[in-house]
Design a protein around this ligand. Sequence first.
Ligand SMILES: [Zn+2]
Length: 296
Amino acid sequence: MPITFPTIKRRDFLTGTLAAGLFAVISPKGIFAEETKEPTDHWVFLSDTHVPGNPNQVNHDSNPNKNFVAVREAVLKLTDKPKGIIVTGDFAHLEGKPEDYQQLALQVAPYTEADIPVHVALGNHDRLNPFFNAFTQIKKENSPVLNKHVLVLETPNCNLFLLDSLFEEEGVSGYFGRPQRSWLAKELDARKDKPAILFAHHNLEDLVDEKWFWKVVQPRKQVKAYIYGHTHVYQQSIRDDIHLINLPALGWEFQKGGQPLGWSDVFLSKNGIRLTLHTIKEHPKNNDVRQFTWLR
Ligand SMILES: [Zn+2]
């Protein structure tokens, strides 16, 4: 379930009134802004941070707190300040404990001080109430979908939809539920003018209501990509001309020696997305660029 740490007035952000001052400075490398002269729409995407309360805790030979700090230090040094951080779930360690979120609150504070909002779609290792107890500025009752936290971010080039696939009763699988799917359909129909990018924690196959979700998404041609985590695998595919983009984990690898751990430096365009991977440790995929252009 997406959670947001707003550092600017939500109303200003959503209506794009800050755009003119913030988006005109740097032309990113690659095909997008240079060809189109579009304003830059710069973001950082993370997934599966798995931060424990204990900053020294190591899992699978990896210290998630250290990884989080390493990314934050790199992001805060970027000359073109990102518009925000989006985390596609498994924000907390393993059981969504209060101490995990207290630690995460400390970890997020420097972003807040730098006016970089952090938006989080909680995953199957997260728990809603301990989270809200640690981040009291987020109000559960403000969500337009009951017991789900969802969010639309209107950016200069795209509309971003953060969805809630947390299904606490079940454990590992994800579930949007009918009220959220109806909400998504309505919000997409109200925004046909720009590409829509959807974010959630789970891969499609691990959603209990995958079929019903796709019935909402597939016919709405403004949907160009679905971005997710959960698998701890750096990969992508296409379904019905919609890009399925799996973000790498940051916390740890499930199996040693294969998958990169890191963060994605992202530029959104009216015509596509470009993600540059930065790995925590040396890895053949470090600096790998994934570029997705719209197919429909
Ligand atoms: Zn995970």
